[in-house]
Write a protein that binds this ligand. Structure first.
Ligand code: CMC
Length: 431
């Protein structure tokens, strides 16, 4: 826990309360209000947690004004260009970059756990054929606690470690199977001679009838998408995982909760929503109409892939993703794809519009990731499952950090109650 560096004073109904203030290694100071209710009989009110630090953490740091994202102190652009996903997983989980022996051991551990329990194939077959892959993933990952009993005891460090490796190793397999099932193709088993990203592409795009070659540039772009989505401090799905875990729930149940939260269009579902929006716009001449709708106060419509709760200048992940998008589009020779043309023109027009500049709304990571995934041949329904694969390491790192915290308490927010106070029940014939 941080040291007290200052004291804030709260005066209420003639009484003054001293509140400890902590100075973090980065970011604004934090006022500790944990004893406020006991001392002053008041709650604080912060729906959406816009001013609330719900935990302390050493994993990821974001400075939204400056567009900074650090994992264990390392900037995301350096990790995206010089490292790769599994090394970033190690860094997030264990706090330091691995030596080559440590990395080799970690990669071998993950690679050798990519297959899922064979009986789980039957479980997949229980879903409706046209189920959204996210719906299937929420169910299948939750069901992993029924298949891997030997790694559900959160009080056993060995079991926690096994669950961690299983989740990172098996999530691409689960996502690829959810996809194959939704398009009526046979499941493709993982190939342990391929790296993490290449294996995922193989499981998604290979068919038994013919040889499939994974293009190394596409595998690199896939790996970069995983790296850029690996963690993002206390976002909605990570906070969901932490809240679920605070009750002592098993890791598979907690990650299933994270997947469910990620699905929403304001969070991980934005990449799918963004591509759908681009397709709906259809042609460049219709862009002004959609921009006008997004600006209209009386219309709830928003430009998907624009804006961020924390980044108010630029999203550093989007900068790397934009470069990657250009590379992939050039490689695939799809620069003239109409959806991608609409995307480029929309970005240009929105950035030139004072509404977006004044409100500090910039394209976020999901704007560009959707474009790359579309060009690679993924249907929009797979965009959020891919985000879930990538974010699993972030969820599980934050989960492990929380479990190691001796001050861990069940998460239990309070409320500002505005409903009726006690009233007498009225019989139905008298209402
Ligand atoms: N299009 C049009 N106006 C917008 C948009 C947008 N995409 N985003 C925010 N605004 C406006 C909003 O109407 C509000 O205006 P006013 O102050 O006049 O009421 C102002 O900007 C601030 O918006 P907010 O809703 O208070 O901001 P927030 O921090 O609560 O929301 C957000 C952040 C990401 C949910 C929001 O920007 C949004 O809905 N964006 C579209 C969905 C999206 O792309 N989400 C992906 C986020 S990045 C991936 C991830 O981390 O999951």
């Amino acid at each position: 826990m941080a040291e007290t560096t200052d004291t804030a004073k709260l005066t209420l109904k003639g009484k003054t309360y001293d509140l400890p203030v902590y100075s973090p290694t980065g970011g604004p100071d934090v006022i500790d209000i944990r004893k406020l209710y006991a001392q002053a009989d008041v709650f604080t009110y912060d729906p959406g947690f816009t001013s609330t630090a719900a935990c302390d953490s050493t994993i990821t740091f974001i400075d939204g004004e400056e567009g900074v994202l650090l994992h264990r102190g390392y900037p995301i652009d350096q990790l995206a260009s010089q490292s790769h996903y599994l090394e970033v997983c190690y860094l997030l989980l264990y706090g330091e970059l691995p030596s080559s022996t440590e990395l080799e051991k970690f990669e071998s551990l993950v690679t050798n756990h990519t297959m899922i329990h064979e009986q789980m194939h039957n479980f997949f077959r229980g879903f409706r054929r046209d189920a959204h892959p996210m719906a299937t993933m929420v169910g299948v990952v939750g069901a992993m606690s029924a298949f891997y009993h030997d790694s559900t005891d959160i009080n056993d460090p060995h079991q926690r470690e096994v669950a961690t490796i299983r989740l990172i190793a098996k999530m691409p397999t689960v996502a690829a199977m959810a996809y194959k099932y939704s398009i009526g193709q046979p499941f493709v088993y993982p190939r342990n001679d391929l790296d993490y990203a290449a294996n995922f592409l193989h499981m998604c795009f290979a068919v038994p009838a013919q040889e499939y070659h994974v293009d190394p540039i596409l595998a690199r772009a896939m790996d970069r998408i995983f790296t850029l989505h690996a963690d993002h401090e206390q976002n909605a799905s990570t906070s969901t995982v932490r809240l679920a875990s605070s009750s002592g729930a098993n890791p598979f149940a907690c990650i299933a909760a994270g997947i469910a939260c990620l699905w929403g269009p304001a969070h991980g579902g934005a990449n799918q929503a963004c591509l759908e929006m681009l397709k709906e716009i259809g042609t460049v001449d219709r862009i002004p109409e959609y921009i006008a709708r997004a600006k209209d106060k009386n219309d709830p419509y928003r430009l998907m892939g624009f804006g961020h709760r924390v980044y108010k200048n630029f999203d550093p992940r989007a900068t790397v993703m934009k470069q990657s998008a250009d590379e992939v589009l050039e490689l695939l020779g799809v620069e003239n794809n109409p959806v991608l043309q609409v995307a480029k023109e929309l970005e240009k027009q929105a950035l030139a519009d004072p509404y977006f500049a004044d409100k500090k709304l910039f394209p976020n990571v999901d704007f560009y990731s959707g474009i790359i995934l579309e060009a690679m041949g993924f249907p929009t329904s797979m965009f959020t499952p891919i985000f879930a694969v990538a974010r699993t390491v972030g969820w599980i790192s934050q989960w492990a950090e929380q479990l190691a915290d001796p001050q861990l308490k069940i998460g239990r927010p309070r409320q500002l109650y505005l409903g009726e106070m006690e009233r007498k029940y009225v019989d139905i014939e008298k209402r």
